[in-house]
Design a protein around this ligand. Structure first.
Ligand SMILES: Cc1cc2nc3c(=O)[nH]c(=O)nc-3n(C[C@H](O)[C@H](O)[C@H](O)COP(=O)(O)OP(=O)(O)OC[C@H]3O[C@@H](n4cnc5c(N)ncnc54)[C@H](O)[C@@H]3O)c2cc1C
Length: 378
């Protein structure tokens, strides 16, 4: 990987630590996890014990107090795995669900849950999307009604990562009639009325579990309101910044791996009396893709640095999500093409990367929606 001006020696140590964990605990076993549709919980606990499940959360609750740049280094290092189902299982926990508690939790909520979240004893999920509302977050139908000392939640959530095997859910629900009047709630697995409707079968991310969640008169204590009542829409939007940088890291990680695998392949594969690398069109296309990936990667680090400076970068992060979500699909499809028939065979990493990359242009903000976020800020 090329250096960035934001690198420091601690980043290198973190990259090494994550790389060693992936080589030892993930790559040899994850093909079997793809069959069972989940990442074993003991692997996540070992990540927690190694201090890798909450590096951006408070030190007093077991986290690492890391800034956005260090957090990006972690996400990018994790994304060197060729199993995106593993990567997303972790990144939802650390960068998409967990931050809701980290940013909006009360001291009591954090003391109760964060140590177990950072230790990997409680795996988290975030429930925003619904069967009838994904891109249009404010169009959700799930409601939470105050009843004495409780809130009562009714509705259905869709496509929820870690939804089947998660323990702790951060759930968005309408708490008023105005379009943006929604709040976030903490719902524990096992709360009466809260069920996993079905585990969804997917094209890719096979070792990540994805669920439909059903809330039928789910009664939770008033103390499980997460953040300010009626302000949930804004915390969802705020958390999207962390989430979209992590998804950018995932896309860049896939690009890096796909190019590496493909360079190795085309240098040794013989056709027409020479290697594929000897074909000018192949080496030029790979060179151009690498140029695009390196440029996008520098922009990604710049975005994370801007977060550390406290800048409002909704426009840049939306650009990053759109750019990397499309780029990764261009890269993996071209790399798959240069693998010929083997690129279509299930046992190859390039075939998996090709399937896994598709959703990066859809989930966490589809490309078109991201470009609208960019355009409205000119
Ligand atoms: C594997 C997977 C895991 C997921 N994990 C989670 C999770 O953990 N938690 C969670 O809450 N959600 C999760 N999601 C949901 C994901 O964020 C949504 O699928 C995504 O936001 C798109 O919403 P939608 O599927 O309802 O598509 P829709 O909103 O119906 O949009 C369909 C398509 O229409 C186009 N489109 C939409 N709006 C516009 C527009 N304004 N202008 C132009 N074109 C537009 C886009 O091409 C878009 O892809 C996950 C999804 C998947 C597939």
């Amino acid at each position: 990987m090329t250096a960035t001006i934001y690198d420091n020696p601690d980043h290198e140590l973190l990259r090494d630590q994550v790389a060693r964990f992936i080589a030892r605990e993930v790559e040899p076993f994850a093909a079997a996890w793809e069959e069972t549709g989940m990442v074993p919980r003991d692997v996540l606990r070992r990540m927690g014990q190694a201090g890798l499940l909450g590096i951006a959360f408070e030190g007093e609750h077991g986290g690492g107090d890391a800034d956005a740049l260090t957090n990006l280094v972690f996400a990018e290092a994790l994304s060197q795995s060729t199993f995106a189902g593993f990567i997303i299982t972790v990144l939802v926990h650390t960068d998409m669900a967990g931050p809701h508690l980290h940013h909006a939790g009360t001291p009591a909520q954090k003391a109760k849950y964060l140590p177990k979240v950072t230790a990997g004893e409680l795996i988290t999920a975030v429930g925003i999307s619904e069967p009838g509302a994904g891109s249009d977050v404010a169009g959700m139908r799930t409601t939470a009604r105050r009843d004495g000392d409780d809130w009562v939640i009714n509705g259905t959530k869709m496509f929820i990562t870690n939804g089947v095997h998660g323990d702790l859910y951060f759930v968005a629900a309408k708490t008023g009639t105005a379009r943006h009047d929604m709040s976030m709630f903490i719902v524990e697995k096992g709360t009466p009325g809260f069920t996993v409707g079905r585990a969804l079968k997917k094209t890719g991310w096979l070792c990540s579990d994805t669920a439909e969640l059903v809330f039928d008169q789910v009664r939770i204590p008033a103390g499980n309101l997460l953040g300010e009542e009626g302000k949930g829409f804004y915390s969802v939007m705020k958390n999207f910044q962390t989430e979209r940088i992590a998804l950018g890291a995932m896309a860049i990680g896939h690009c890096t791996q796909a190019l590496k695998i493909t360079l190795d392949h085309v240098r040794q594969r013989q056709a027409f009396g020479a290697t594929l690398w000897d074909q000018q069109t192949i080496r030029q296309r790979l060179s151009m893709l690498d140029a695009k990936v390196r440029a996008a990667r520098q922009f990604m680090y710049h975005c994370a640095w801007s977060v550390t400076q406290g800048h409002d970068i909704v426009q840049e992060v939306s650009m990053l999500k759109a750019l990397t979500g499309e780029l990764v699909n261009e890269v993996v499809q071209t790399c798959q093409q240069f693998h010929g028939g083997m690129g279509f065979i299930r046992e190859t990493a390039i075939e998996r990367l090709w399937r896994d990359a598709r959703v990066l242009a859809i989930g966490g903000g589809a490309t078109e929606v991201m470009l609208e976020e960019v355009a409205k800020r000119y």
